[in-house]
Design a binder for this molecule. Structure first.
Ligand code: PXG
Length: 284
């Protein structure tokens, strides 16, 4: 495997960063997770836009331009002969002295990994996922905007642990107001009386690229789509529920906190949107 690090493709054993990098010391940096389908990087421009915006929000200057980074991503996919896989793009603050001061760091690191990812076993894409509500809430928007895909994922990791401890591979995270935000690594949608609903950005969510693609596909399919505040009650009483994410793609959720959602199976609108999403990934 070849890793792109600071402008060079090197064997993975040689892809190393300093123990003084603030990405490691403080989780100071941003990242993206991007799919590759049929050798093509899926929605690369959208991911890069979010990456550069997140970097700007945390005062991190990415040392290469967006077109240069796009080329580096394509080059890494080719060098690894990747057909269907997953790109992890990481930008760290770079090495510095101990202490939080960003003025004492230099050389932000640009790392591109081209590998594969499998979040959930294949049978769960047929049967749907069980969810629990995590007691750990999503980042408070006034602490760190959930729109920044930062290297600080600890609260999501803690929520994920709550899920896996309860034998659920995903956990629902609420926001600071007790409203539904999203899952630890996916956005959430419900279907109620034929209407597709998902929390708005100001619910304190990561504005998922897959979420945006699914909203567009649903509108094209003639569905009524609404970005509205959701409570847990809305999910308990939904007809259907599904999650979206670059890693997860589209996957049904069939229970929350041991309450069956709908008839406990992936619903017809979920299945239809999943098919439409798969067609999009094939470039159709
Ligand atoms: N919410 C959160 C909190 C996420 O981290 C999504 C939603 C979905 O966004 P996209 O743009 O991917 O549709 C994410 C996605 C990983 C990994 O390990 C990254 C994510 C999810 C799962 C795994 O690379 N982020």
């Amino acid at each position: 495997m070849k890793i792109h690090i600071n402008g060079k493709l090197v064997p993975k054993e040689q892809a190393v960063i300093s123990v003084f990098d603030h990405g490691l010391l403080y989780g100071d940096g941003v990242f993206e997770g991007i799919r590759v389908y049929g050798g093509k990087v899926f929605l690369l421009e959208e991911h890069l836009k979010r990456l550069y915006e997140g970097a700007r929000a945390i005062r991190l200057e990415i040392p290469v331009s967006q077109p240069e980074l796009a080329s580096a991503v394509e080059e890494t996919v080719e060098a690894n002969n990747l057909q269907d896989g997953y790109i992890r793009l990481v930008i760290t603050r770079g090495a510095g002295s101990l202490g939080l001061d960003i003025r004492r760091t230099s050389n932000p690191q640009v790392i591109i990994i081209a590998d594969t990812i499998s979040l959930y076993p294949p049978e769960l894409y047929e049967q749907g996922l069980k969810l629990i509500t995590a007691s750990t809430i999503r980042n408070h928007p006034q602490a760190l905007s959930p729109q920044v895909k930062s290297l600080n994922y600890l609260n999501n990791i803690l929520a994920k642990i709550e899920g896996t401890d309860a034998d659920c591979l995903e956990a629902l995270m609420m926001n600071h107001k007790g409203e539904v935000a999203e899952c630890t690594g996916d956005n959430i949608f419900i279907v109620k009386n034929g209407v597709l609903k998902t929390p708005p950005t100001d619910a304190g969510i990561l504005e998922g690229i897959t979420r945006a693609a699914v909203i567009q596909l649903a509108k094209q399919a003639g569905l009524d789509v609404r970005e509205v505040t959701l409570t847990r009650h809305d999910i308990y009483t939904a007809d259907e529920c599904f999650l979206t994410g670059s890693a997860a793609e589209v996957i049904a959720a069939v229970s929350l906190d041991c309450r069956q959602i709908g008839d406990g199976k992936p619903g017809p609108i979920t299945k239809d949107l999943k098919k439409r999403f798969e067609a999009l990934t094939r470039g159709e």
